[in-house]
Design a protein around this ligand. Structure first.
Ligand code: FES
Length: 115
């Protein structure tokens, strides 16, 4: 299993907190970050970062370890697909993963944590 970087938590719910460095993730790739006890899937789509919940709606597969093509990630377990910008499932638009607001400050990729 690949190591996961854990960044110190210094802020609170509703605040933007750092979950990665821009250099951690090349365009076209995703990763899993653990933040405040939650696994967050983070993706780099052509230089823009997107974050969503990491748990697939099918059987809980790790979305952040899926394959990214354009803005669509394919779950590594049974190939369900989601748009990483919206969290919406590709073949059932009624279903979606929770997304998180993302901003980049300098080298820091930050997301706003909410309940
Ligand atoms: S767990 Fe993701 S497709 Fe089955």
């Amino acid at each position: 299993m690949e190591p996961t970087t854990i960044y110190p938590i210094t802020n609170f719910m509703g605040e933007f907190i750092t979950i990665a460095k821009t250099s951690d993730l090349e365009p076209g790739y995703g990763k899993v970050a653990n933040v405040m006890g939650k696994a967050i899937a983070l993706f780099n789509v052509e230089g823009t970062f997107y974050a969503l919940e990491n748990t697939c709606l099918h059987r809980g597969g790790p979305i952040g370890k899926g394959t990214l093509e354009g803005d669509v990630v394919t779950c590594p377990w049974h190939q369900w697909q989601y748009n990483v910008k919206t969290g919406v499932m590709e073949f059932d638009s009624e279903k979606r993963l929770k997304t998180y607001a993302v901003k980049v400050e300098g080298e820091d990729v930050k997301i706003r944590m909410e309940d």
